[in-house]
Design a protein around this ligand. Structure first.
Ligand SMILES: [Zn+2]
Ligand SMILES: [Zn+2]
Length: 239
């Protein structure tokens, strides 16, 4: 299985990186974890036909993580029609917010979409992919999720945007890949992870590979000195 880093940037355009979009390619499945505004262009740059996308899983409803969906909709309507409905799974409120965003940006027809609501600690199978969502500390008044995927014997843990939670230790156990946000180096934050906090847990993380993403300015500057793998746009990780 492969993880294509379509976009590993934060909300502020730091490092000139695309915003969140992570494409998982299995033998017979193609799915996205998050869909920031630059995801369609990043997918095309990586050589993928957007019609191949089976499902998009959203960790939370911040613009840098779901704001790219309307571009897929207009692409399916006017350029690359799909033969099956587009599938989108996300936290409570996903359908309302996605439809509202599309109305503001383009309005008019929306292509056929099947929406799924992900509830914390309720495992689902969507497009044959098992996903276990769990709540993470990021938003106060809305649900932000970490997502643990299982498909064809491989396990991926995606933190979404989040401060540290010991739930990462539980869900990283046995995972082939843990894609973990790390916005800050040593800034105290209750909604994003700082490397200094993560560092104290590194030896307890029982995953096979750890990749840091969503890096802010200071992390971008220091990433070469930390001895951990940090995502870059265009990077392909096999696991
Ligand atoms: Zn973000
Ligand atoms: Zn966020």
């Amino acid at each position: 299985m492969k993880l294509h880093i379509i976009g590993c940037g934060d909300a502020f355009g730091n490092g000139g990186r695309n915003q969140s979009g992570y494409l998982v390619e299995a033998a017979d499945r193609l799915f996205l974890m998050d869909c920031g505004p630059t995801t369609l262009l990043g997918m095309k740059k990586a050589g993928f036909d957007p019609r191949r996308l089976d499902v998009v899983f959203l960790s939370h409803l911040h613009g840098d993580h779901f704001g790219g969906l309307p571009f897929f909709f207009i692409s399916y309507l006017h350029e690359s029609a799909r033969s099956d409905p587009f599938q989108i799974a996300g936290p409570p409120g996903t359908e309302e917010k996605v439809v509202e965003l599309y109305r503001v940006m383009y309005g008019g027809d929306i292509p056929p979409i099947r929406f799924y609501t992900l509830h914390p600690d309720r495992s689902e199978v969507i497009a044959g992919i098992q996903v276990l969502p769990f709540r993470v500390p990021h938003q106060l008044h809305a649900v932000s999720l970490g997502l643990r995927f299982s498909y064809e014997g491989k396990q991926i843990l995606f933190s979404g945007d989040s401060a540290w939670t010991d739930d990462f230790l539980t869900h990283a156990r046995g995972a082939d890949l843990f894609l973990c946000e790390c916005s800050y180096y040593d800034r105290h934050s209750t909604n994003h992870l700082a490397y200094k906090i993560l560092q104290g847990h590194l030896t307890d993380l029982e995953c096979r590979q750890l990749v840091l993403t969503h890096l802010g300015e200071e992390m971008l500057r220091l990433r070469g000195q930390l001895g951990v793998v940090c995502a870059e746009d265009g990077m392909v990780i096999e696991f």
